[in-house]
Design a protein around this ligand. Structure first.
Ligand SMILES: [Fe+2]
Ligand SMILES: [Fe+2]
Length: 147
């Protein structure tokens, strides 16, 4: 996911981890960011933006739970560290959105860059490591947990 010349977000294969369950959810999260970006550029009403944000945050919870399940099932050694990162990400977006709802005029410019960085950094660093582990686990049939 990177901004193109026009500032549109786009998903590129470079961000895929090779784990279809996770990749599909990441692509869905990016799609929600694109939807938010479109709604903002079209000057949509606050309640429209809020509803997209609510869906984004609740889908993030679903996504984190999916990854955590896969980590447990595959006995991922970095489970606690990764889960803690999810908790920190949930907290930081909660804090940011709380501030945003109080001071929209000031924070609306920062909203998309914050969310992009919030999502992308974790995908590129921690989720990538998890993807490597899950792909390796899949190639060991006795312990393979992914179908
Ligand atoms: Fe993820
Ligand atoms: Fe993650």
């Amino acid at each position: 996911m990177k901004p193109t010349k026009t500032g549109e977000l786009s998903w590129t294969p470079a961000y895929e981890l090779g784990v279809p369950t996770i990749d599909k959810q990441h692509a869905q999260l990016v799609e929600m960011l694109r939807e938010l970006q479109r709604a903002m550029s079209e000057g949509r009403a606050q309640d429209v933006l809020d509803s997209i944000l609510d869906r984004l945050v609740s889908y993030t919870r679903v996504h984190f739970a999916t990854e955590e399940r896969l980590m447990i099932d595959s006995q991922y050694p970095l489970y606690h560290q990764h889960k803690q990162e999810h908790e920190e990400l949930t907290e930081s977006v909660g804090r940011f959105l709380q501030e945003y709802r109080r001071k929209r005029a000031v924070l609306s410019i920062q909203l998309l860059p914050f969310l992009r960085e919030w999502l992308l950094h974790h995908i590129m660093e921690s989720d990538r490591k998890l993807g490597q582990h899950l792909r390796a686990a899949k190639s060991r049939p006795a312990q393979g947990v992914l179908r």
